[in-house]
Design a protein around this ligand. Sequence first.
Ligand code: SAH
Length: 394
Amino acid sequence: MAKTTTKVTKLIVLTKRGAARARSGHPWIYRSDVAEAAGEAGDIVRVTDKAGRFLGHAFYNPKSEITLRIITNEDEEINQAFFRTRIERAQTYRKSLNVDADAYRLVHSEADGVPGLVIDRYGDLFVLQVGSASIERRLDWIVAVLEDLFAPAGILLRGDSPSRRREGLATEVTVLCGEVPESVVVREGPVRYHAQPWMGQKTGGFLDQRENHLAAGHYARGHVLDVFSYAGGFALHAAHAADSVEAVDSSGEALEAARTNAELNGLSNITFIRANAFDLLHERSDKGERYDTVILDPPAFAKTKRDLPAATRAYKEINLRAMKLLSRSGILFTCSCSYHFSRELMEETLRSAAVDAGPTMRIREWRSQAQDHPEILTIPETRYLKCAVLERLD
Ligand code: SAH
């Protein structure tokens, strides 16, 4: 009988440029940097340079522009134990953060050494996003490890993100084990909210904003305008601290969820406004209305590099209007989750908005995504969320 082996046997040879990239600490290797290939989508392959020097083991998908994602530079076996070690390492890091919430990201893809795998935890429910054919093929390993380590009540695969198409994966949302309800109540600092693992944005909530939600709770006071509110991520925290909050979103469903969350927290000082943010900011600033705190958390305006000129104009417009709406000493809490809209470009855009709006704006702090969504120094794509806290001086 043939012995089953997890030894990686298929070989991929990189061009000189590809080898240099592999050695630079970035896991992505593009199709054009592959010199010789063997295997099929979902294989785990052995990667070398042209001289045959070992560079690492990688997820392989010839259908994707990012043909290889290196998972280790060590010549080790890639089996269930390998993934278990990565998940355990991810959990050890999360434990060290003392997250003041029971919903957090356990595994953040490349930044936790498991490209194409996101695992979010909502209490004892786990929600997975899989953007790699190699992970998809080994999902039973991942599920077995999670069951063994955490005994989850349910595991859901949120396989409906558009990135799956690039990997040739079907779009589907399926239960991988246990039971997964439509909605689960989780805590984030002093706030409780309904996460919606099946239908909600991302895996059910904006976990990457958790630390910023908490920070906004500290800054918010007086009369607050929370624009792009979704299910009230910022509004709920602000409402605990401030007199009144207006939560604005163009989606009726999002506002319905926000209203339910306000009730859950016994908060009666939030009003919900269904409107286009651009129109509302324009109208209110023209009318000379004033707020003590304005929060801007728009969707990614720049999904690709090509979107940057239009996105920059949009970011400038909403920030300029928000600055005009601030009362003296008012706080603007402004975010961008577009990777392509860099911190430098955001700063330049905010500067230009402040010049046009008039007031002097003091930078209170620059923030980023929550620490359970870690950044890797050699993988710039892992840093995407920026958040500036600005104070109007005059
Ligand atoms: N602040 C939220 C997340 C916001 S997600 C949190 O921390 O949980 C972005 C939201 O912007 C979505 O709910 C979407 O419905 C809303 N949105 C997108 N375009 C909009 C527009 N033009 N006007 C108002 N809301 C918009």
